[in-house]
Design a protein. Structure first.
Length: 160
């Protein structure tokens, strides 16, 4: 393996801001009121676990989306997720931070129709995998697959 600087390590703080590209909801006749948006924060807790390319991070996740259907039966659904995450990072190539992890949180869903409002909530847990490509020491593009307000989230990351 070549020599390169580790892009995620102990003490690093990273903020991801993303937009859902593949939403979980795919009903005919619906439209997004609010695109799936997400934010996460991660703190580098440990590094050099197996070698100089591995690290563990912990942090939080927040996401929101809303969609509606207009027609014979108008309805609106909103989904809000708040969770804690942990991720294992392994850097295979220069400037690319690859990771996989778990999230545990709370999912609040509300449904409104002409004459009724229903709210439901519950514990949410999931696995996710992702990558950040660093253009500079502090700016990266990221992509994540897994549970959230969309199956695929793309966005920008800031390290400080």
């Amino acid at each position: 393996m070549g020599i390169f600087a580790q892009v995620f390590s102990k003490g690093d703080k990273v903020v991801n801001l993303g937009v859902g590209i593949i939403p979980y909801v795919n009903y005919s006749g619906y439209s997004n009121k609010v695109l799936p948006i997400s934010g996460s924060f991660e703190y580098g807790l440990f590094d050099n676990l197996f070698d100089e390319h591995s690290a563990i991070g912990v942090g939080g996740y927040i996401a929101y989306t809303s969609w509606e259907s207009k027609g014979q039966n108008d309805w609106t659904v909103s989904d809000f997720i708040l969770g804690a995450r942990g991720a294992f990072h392994y850097q295979f190539v220069d400037k690319l931070d690859t990771y996989a992890g778990v999230m545990f949180g709370y999912d609040v869903v509300s449904y409104s129709e002409a004459h009724q409002d229903i709210a439901g909530s519950g514990v949410a847990s999931s696995f996710f995998t992702g990558a950040r490509y660093y253009f500079t020491d502090n700016l990266a593009a990221f992509g994540e697959l897994g549970y959230g307000v969309a199956a695929l989230q793309l966005g920008v990351s800031f390290k400080f």
